[in-house]
Design a protein around this ligand. Sequence first.
Ligand code: SF4
Length: 202
Amino acid sequence: MDTYAYELNGSLYLNITNRCNNSCTFCIKYKNRNFEDKYSLWIDKEPSVENILNAIGDISAYKQIVFCGYGEPLIRLQTVIDVSKALKAKGASVRIDTDGQASLFHGRDITPLLEGLVDEIRISLNSPDAPSYQKLCRPVFEEKAFKAIVKFAEEAKKHVPSVSLTAVDLPGVDMQKCKDIADKIGVDFKMRPYYEKTYLSS
Ligand code: SF4
């Protein structure tokens, strides 16, 4: 059965699509369609807003509600907005883990739409430049992707209280150069450990 919501470290993670702008060489979905052998994160059917809210249930037990999963959540922008509105009305803290290509994908700056709905956004940078990003993350937007991600972070900072760039600790990734980009924009930087078993997408 498809898993649309699952608890991890005190937060509830939402899994709303398999679709993605990337096909990262390290993505767990190419290795295992189930997460931790108990959650079916490769979904047969994308959930509706109602399906997602039903899967969430009572939010009071969770630190944060996090859009993440086996695909890029902001591909389903309107669904993320509608679910976030319902969650904020209940007082939830909402986070999005994203590949940062939503504005490129939708053809306009979508970051103003997140204002007041999203408390935190973590943007996967994973590389310090476009050529290494293309090699590691294999974006459909090719050389346009990296520049769009940096721009997305700059714009998100204007509308979302907490913004960070992240990079997975993989061999050959220059963490200092990734952090330098975050510093230049004025957002946080988080290095994410790569654990074969527990690594989450985006
Ligand atoms: S790691 Fe994230 S951005 Fe990369 S292919 Fe997987 S879901 Fe997409």
